[in-house]
Design a protein around this ligand. Structure first.
Ligand code: ZN
Length: 350
């Protein structure tokens, strides 16, 4: 090495050191006292996940120390040593891993009572004032980019409002009890691999809509949760996706009309069944048609959904009808009769 080279390298090092000091000063000044620079991303990261019913998780803790945890009694359908992941009960994890269930950054994604630990593929999109992240265990053959892209394209055009910080959907094997489920913290799962159910509905959109339901309901409006997720999923698909036509939605709504003898306001008439999904979706289709007709297309049921999200108190039947009447500017008392079972639910989808 020549002297000249050594000299220029020394100068370069000195410049780099000066720059680093300057940067540190700027960062510390900007962040104020008590903030550890570079500490934001510290925390455990999972190195490997092995085993099927007895799962061993190797991870590096926040201090940088290698650790292992063993979880027994894991459903072998929910572990995949080949692809380095397992879905386990959250409570079975060491506290260091339980504490960072906030997302893929730490290789632990909590949802409900469970956590997906290990290798995943994820995609995030901004959507209607929030973000949607889809998390897929490695090697599962579901493309998270396509899933977030579909939800963004089909549900993104509708302003549902509420104060949802972020929505997380985890793609899981179909040994889970439902095709999809959304928990109160706006994290849920979907077992269906395809985006479109093939009729008029999408479980992916259905669960996304649940995450946007920030309203509370009186007992007599409980049915609205499932009914609006089901109906709006069909509506959004029909309006945004060529594969679903109006007659597909009409057929889907009418297809379950055997479930007409439930009283939506009376939970005991449908508890433990899916009747409120179907009877409720039929009623919402008729209400949406009325709103569109009366407002000459200026308003839709989405405006009512958004208004419900802005309410402070649980929404009663009476309040729901008022919110509809605000858009139709006409008497809609037939709606409370239909909810309370005093008149049949009309078949109408426009
Ligand atoms: Zn649902």
């Amino acid at each position: 090495m020549s002297n000249r080279l050594r000299e220029s390298r020394a100068r370069l090092v000195a410049a780099a050191v000066a720059l680093a000091i300057l940067l540190a000063v700027v960062l510390v000044a900007g962040l104020g006292p008590g903030v550890i620079v570079g500490g934001d991303n510290s925390g455990p990261s999972v190195e490997s996940v092995s085993g099927e019913t007895i799962v061993t998780i190797s991870y590096t803790d926040a201090a940088g120390t290698a650790q292992t945890a063993t979880v027994s009694g894991v459903d072998p359908a929910l572990s995949n040593p080949e692809h380095d992941w397992a879905i386990v009960d959250r409570s079975s994890l060491p506290s260091a891993l339980q504490a960072v269930d906030d997302g893929p950054a730490h290789d632990v994604v909590g949802f409900g009572e469970r956590a997906l630990v290990g290798a995943t593929e994820t995609a995030t999109v901004p959507i209607d004032g929030t973000t949607l992240t889809v998390v897929v265990p490695a090697g599962r053959g579901v493309d998270p980019d396509r899933k977030v892209g579909f939800v963004e394209a089909f549900a993104g055009p509708y302003s549902l409002s509420g104060d949802t910080d972020s929505v997380v959907l985890v793609s899981v094997p179909d040994t889970f009890p439902n095709r999809g489920l959304m928990y109160a913290d706006d994290r849920g799962y979907v077992t269906t691999e395809s985006f479109w159910d093939g009729d008029a509905h999408s479980v992916w959109i259905h669960e996304y809509i649940h995450a946007r339901q920030d309203f509370r309901t009186a007992d007599s409006m409980t049915w609205f949760r499932e009914a609006s997720a089901r109906y709006l999923s069909q509506r959004f698909m029909q309006e945004q996706y060529d594969g679903v036509t109006k007659s597909d939605v009409r057929a889907a709504l009418a297809g379950r009309s055997e479930n007409t003898d439930v009283t939506l306001a009376n939970r005991t008439t449908w508890a433990g069944t899916n009747s409120h999904y179907h009877a409720g979706a039929r009623l919402l289709a008729a209400i949406d048609a009325e709103i569109r007709a009366a407002s000459e297309g200026k308003h839709t049921l989405v405006d009512v959904f958004r208004a419900m999200n802005a309410e402070d108190k649980p929404v009663t039947v009476e309040r729901f009808v008022e919110l509809v009447e605000r858009r139709t500017e006409s008497d809609q008392s037939w709606i409370s009769d239909a909810i309370e079972g005093d008149r049949p639910i009309p078949e109408r989808y426009e």
